[in-house]
Design a protein around this ligand. Structure first.
Ligand code: AMP
Length: 388
């Protein structure tokens, strides 16, 4: 089955055309600056990479242009899978995009306004343009839907939490689900209690007990948990009120500050990209060093939180941009976990590869892996399951 995977944002639209059976990627790309001056499509297929400068006034134009590019390949699309950031209180798993499901995506959109509205619009656009092709909703929250109540409930007044649907929803669920599958395949029956570490520009951990998410670090929104490229992660929630009351910042200013101007960017004063920070730290930059120290300190702390929620752990899997590529940050995190019996094989940790690989020493109490994530393939597999 050939599936088009779409990941729509408010001004962007990423896509991949995948054969689920062979896992071959026929084409992929990104429509950038939709509705903004200077829009373009970065497209790649067997004939190479190209940047196409093209007016993309809205998502409908973007979808049409992507399909034009795909038509040239002469590979019919059998189904479309849509990443949806927030499934709210409706989606314990992926679902066929019926009218009712679309209404639910819009109903929960206040929890992720920059994404959900655009994603629902794009699904409708696909349905209208190509009524013969089925669409599947793959919410990033679904994997965490059935976490135990002790994990998802917030200790706020019940009537407030219930009225506003405030709870831990988590995120990166599709990636954590893929990481579990790939880890299980690699480790066989040896893995039961996995701490999955999706560490990229956005970052979250997930405690996965026999395939089920039982705890995760992101909360009501993807701001919670680990320090991220530009996000604070967990800080005292009273900071929000204090900044408004005493600092004179507006609600929106605090929102932008915590989501876009904090994290590694703020700590290092250099960049949100870990590569730039590692380079500066190597040259002796003190702020870069403290940024990496804090990043790995928080990660190690929260990895223990995940292990605690399963009352044990046997496997740790690093994934996403930083987790897959930075042997320095993996080493810094694992050094802080040494007291628990985690021990890296430092040579194996340095190996660069696109494959799942073991990087722990033979006498490590916990198996440590690098697991390249593939959310697009996971989404395509869900489409095959539901439509195939
Ligand atoms: P992601 O959000 O998963 O695409 O991850 C993006 C982040 O991963 C970047 O901002 C970098 O901080 C980091 N990253 C990507 N590639 C590398 C690399 N080769 N070495 C170190 N860090 C990397």
């Amino acid at each position: 089955m050939v599936v088009l995977v779409i990941n729509a944002g408010s001004s962007s639209l990423k896509y991949q055309l995948i054969d689920v059976d062979t896992q071959e990627v026929f084409a992929k790309g990104n429509c950038e600056r939709i509705g903004i001056d200077g829009s373009f499509i970065g497209h790649e297929d067997k004939s190479g990479k190209q940047k196409i400068d093209i007016s993309l006034p809205d998502h409908k134009t973007a979808v049409s242009e992507v399909f034009k590019l795909l038509e040239a390949l002469n590979i019919p699309v059998d189904g479309i899978g849509h990443r949806v950031v927030q499934g709210g209180w409706y989606f314990p798993e992926s679902a066929v995009a019926t009218k009712e499901a679309l209404a639910q995506i819009r109903e929960v959109a206040p929890l992720a306004p920059l994404h959900n509205y655009a994603e629902a619009d794009v699904i409708e656009i696909c349905q209208n343009l190509f009524p013969e092709i089925g669409n599947v909703i793959v919410p990033d929250t679904a994997f965490h839907f059935n976490m135990p109540e002790v994990a998802w409930r917030y200790p706020l007044p019940r009537e407030v939490a219930d009225k506003h649907h405030i709870r831990k929803y988590g995120a990166h669920g599709t990636s954590h689900r893929f990481i579990w599958r790939a880890t299980k395949e690699f480790m066989g029956d040896k893995t039961h209690k996995l701490v999955s570490a999706h560490i990229g520009s956005g970052a979250s951990l997930c405690a996965i007990h026999d395939g089920k998410s039982v705890e995760t670090t992101m909360g009501l929104t993807p701001l919670d948990g680990l320090i991220m490229g530009t996000r604070t992660g967990t800080i005292d929630p009273a900071t929000v009120v204090y900044l408004q009351r005493e600092g004179g910042y507006s609600v929106d200013e605090v929102d932008v500050m915590m989501n876009k101007k904090s994290g590694l960017l703020a700590l290092s004063d250099i960049s949100s990209d870990s590569r730039d920070i590692e380079e500066a730290a190597d040259k002796g930059d003190q702020k870069a060093k403290i940024a990496l120290d804090m990043f790995s300190y928080r990660a190690a702390q929260l990895i223990m939180e995940m292990a605690q929620s399963m009352e044990g752990w046997d496997t740790l899997a690093f994934s996403a941009g930083i987790g897959e590529n930075s042997d320095t940050i993996r080493r810094m995190i694992c050094e802080k976990l040494a007291w628990t019996g985690v021990k890296l094989d430092l040579e194996a940790n340095k190996v660069r590869s696109g494959d799942v690989r073991l990087i722990s020493a033979g006498d490590s109490k916990v198996a440590v892996l690098v697991v390249p994530t593939n959310e697009e393939l996971m989404i395509a597999m869900d489409v095959q399951d539901l439509l195939g």
